[in-house]
Design a protein around this ligand. Sequence first.
Ligand code: ATP
Length: 148
Amino acid sequence: MATIKLDIVTAEKLVLSDEADFVVAPGSMGELGIFPKHAPLLSTLEVGEVRVTKAEEVYSFFISGGFIEVLPDQITILADTAERAEDIDEARANEARDRAESLMGQQGDSIDLSQAEASLKRAAIRLKVMQKRRMSRSGGSVGTSLDG
Ligand code: ATP
C-alpha cells in the first residue's frame, strides 16, 4: 500500500517525521483528510488534532494552528506548537484552562478576553486529545509510539 511522508515541525523542534497511510488535519475551512497521491494543497490550520494512520494504528497530535503543505508524496505541517498526545501534560493543561476561565470571569480593561478565550480553547483541546487517547488505549487499539 502506498504511503505518504509526513513531517510535523515547529520553530523549536521536529515532532514527527514518518510515513503515513492517511492523515487528518484541522484545516481552517474544515477537516482535511489526505491519502498518498493527494493533489497539491496549501492551507492554514486551526487549533486542533492531527490524526495519523499507519499500519491500522491511529496516532494523535495536538497543534495550536499553523500551515500545511501537501504534495503527492509529502505532507509538511508547520505548527505554532505541537505535541504528541502522550506528551501532553494534563496538570499544565488543567491549570491553563482554570487560569483562562478565571480571567474570563473578571472584568476590567487589563483583561484580554480574546487571548483568554484562545488559551481556553488550546487547553480544552489538549485535554480532549489526551482523554481520547486514554479511552482508545483502554480499548487496546491505539499504539503508543511512532518514529519521530
Ligand atoms: P500554558 O499557559 O500552559 O503555557 P499555552 O497554551 O499558552 O499553555 P503554548 O503557547 O501553546 O502554551 O505552548 C508553549 C510551549 O509549551 C510549547 O512548546 C508547547 O508545546 C508547550 N505546552 C503547552 N502546554 C502544554 C501541555 N499541556 N503539555 C505539554 N506541552 C505543553
